[in-house]
Structures are given as structure tokens and as C-alpha cells.
Design a binder for this molecule. Sequence first.
Ligand SMILES: NC(=O)c1ccc[n+]([C@@H]2O[C@H](COP(=O)([O-])OP(=O)(O)OC[C@H]3O[C@@H](n4cnc5c(N)ncnc54)[C@H](O)[C@@H]3O)[C@@H](O)[C@H]2O)c1
Length: 356
Amino acid sequence: MIGAGGMAHSWIHNFWMPFRERATIAAVVDVNADVLQEAGDFLELPASHRFTQMSQAFDSVEADFCCIVTPPAFHAEAVELACARGMDILSEKPIAHTWEACGAIYKMVEASGVKMMVTQNYRYSPRIVTLKKAIAQLGLVNYVVSRYASDWRVRKEGWYIHHAPHPILVDCAIHHFDQIRNLCSADCQTISGYSYNPARVRGAQDAFQGGASFDGDSCALFTLRMNNGSFAQYEGSNIASGKPNSWHEEYYRVECEGGAAVLDSDNKVRIEERDGFASTVRELPQEVLPWSGHEAIISQFLDWLDGGAVPATVLADNIRSNALMFAAVQASLEGSVVDVNGMVERVLGDGFMTPM
Ligand SMILES: NC(=O)c1ccc[n+]([C@@H]2O[C@H](COP(=O)([O-])OP(=O)(O)OC[C@H]3O[C@@H](n4cnc5c(N)ncnc54)[C@H](O)[C@@H]3O)[C@@H](O)[C@H]2O)c1
């Protein structure tokens, strides 16, 4: 287990817990000694299985796979060490902090032949699985409108997102772009739009109320053209002053041939249809899932290692969500329309890995 604090604390204390019959945490790594001690005590690990440097853990611990839950800038180091040991990998999103690092990770994993899955837990919430069921009833997807809105206009102590570069894209939109691919059942062909800080575009951190809360971009407006004829519109804000659509409450409206499937912060999926002049709205019962969110990811990963089905969010697929995210960064910086497919092919060449 690489990382023990922050999100990794939830992995150790919550997500892995129901799977104790199938997986035992053999060792834990964290650069923060206090966090390491807490996790080691919770897991009842001997001192010899607690590490402040991941290289030492990879040198000495017997394990079947590793779970990476460190900040994205440290993912590549863990992947390189895991590949050298032939160890399979379950990693938190995004794949890495830069597109170049994503490409390097892809190539290391492909060359070593290890399995790698990326955590896109939002695909597997009951609300989204229900929305997918609604879309399946409505024919082709014309376009998706997606809204994420959190009110973080006041800086929170210790939250790196307030200081991160492109926080609305790299920390937030990676989930929503992946979700748009999931809802359209398609990859993104081109993307254009802007991520920005409404204070900084006006010339000063105090030029827009709440703008000073983020050093980087707090808002995003993008248009996506998918490679199956569908389109999408993405609205993201971390300084929302109106109706919130924060985590687990994002708004999606999927306009299809036979009607629209709508999901809002009340978590109800509604199908809107028109027959001549009459409009009807019907609500779908929420799907009941054996595993949801992070636990669904773990379940799929362990099944895959045991010879089961290849999960949807394996590296070879998820690289396309990361390409989309870094294409959005480029589109905004250049004010251009970025060819996402071309970007994937340029970095990875034509040796796309086929998941096994
Ligand atoms: N899927 C989700 O819903 C979700 C939510 C939040 C975060 N995340 C992802 O989880 C990952 C971790 O994010 P976080 O918010 O917990 O970050 P964080 O800054 O809280 O760090 C997590 C832990 O990693 C440790 N760490 C940092 N560098 C390390 C290194 N080189 N070696 C070992 N340990 C190291 C830190 O000390 C900390 O305990 C990121 O990839 C992030 O995007 C995913």
C-alpha cells in the first residue's frame, strides 16, 4: 500500500476492509512518519513492513500487487518499481501529473506485461449505473451536458487543491471527462474551451469574489466532440455561488434520439420524453449494486487478477481519459481545438496495448 494518509487512509480503513478474505495488506509506505505509524498500527504490521521510502518496500516485501494512493507526481516512481518487480498495479486517478508521465507509465507497463487498473470510482455509483440504464433505453446519444459545482470560495487549511496547477482539470474534471466517455460509450476526438480563474482573467486575485481561493484555475467550460458522432458540454466550478452540484451530486443531461435522461443533485434519474405535443417524465428506480464506488473497483481488479473479465478502466483505456484532460489544458492555454485521438497516437505510437 503506497500512501497511507489522505485518500489512502480511506483505502486502508474502509475500501479494503470488505475484501480481507481475498487480499491482505503486506506492507505500507508513507513519507509522513506519523501517518505511517497510524496505518501500521491499524493494520498490525511489524516495523519491518512499514517504510518511508517506496524503493525499500519494493526491495524487500513479498506481494502480488501494489496499490498507489500518493499524489499524482509520485505515481510514475511507484509504477517503475512495480514493473521492475513484475507486480500488478491498482492506482488512484489521474494516471500521473503530466501527459509525458502518463505516456512513460503506459510504456513501462506495456513493456513489463503487468496488469494496471486506474480508479475511476464514479462510474460505479448507483446513480450513474442507473443513468446508463436509462440511456440504453433511448437510442443514440446526441449530446451530454455535464455540470460539476463546488463552493470552495474559502481556502481550506491543508488542501493542496488551492495551490495546485490546473486544479479544476487535473483534480476534478478527470472524473467528469471519464464519465462523459462512459455515458457516450465513446472516446473524445477533439476538445476546445477554457479553464480559468475569473479573478486572474480580470488582472488581480481580488478582482472576482472567491477568486483568491485558488492559485490556479477554478472554473472550466469545454466542448467535446466524441468519435461516435456524440458531443458534450462540460461546466466545472470550484467557486460556485449558486446551486451546488458537488461530488456524488453532479448534474448530467443526456439528450438522446428517444428522449433525455436527466440526473441532478437529488440523485434521481428521470427520463423526459415527448409524444407529439405531450411531455412525460418518468423516474427510474435506483440500481442496487453488490459493490459501488471504490469497492466496485477493488472487486473488478481482484477478479481480473484471478483470471476474470478485463475491467473498463484498465490503463489501456484510461489513458484516453487522461489524454482528454491534458488536451483540455492545452486547448485552454492555446485557445485551440485539440485533436485528442492524435495526441494519444503521437505519444503512444501505434502499439496500443490490448488488455488481457
Ligand atoms: N478517486 C477519488 O475519489 C479520489 C479522491 C481524492 C484523491 N484521489 C487521488 O488519490 C491520490 C492521493 O491523493 P490525496 O488527496 O490523498 O493526497 P495527499 O496529499 O493527502 O497524500 C496522500 C498520502 O501520500 C503520502 N505521500 C506523498 N508522497 C509520497 C511518496 N513519495 N511516497 C509515499 N507516500 C507519499 C502523503 O504523506 C499522504 O499521507 C491522488 O492520485 C488523488 O488524485 C482520488
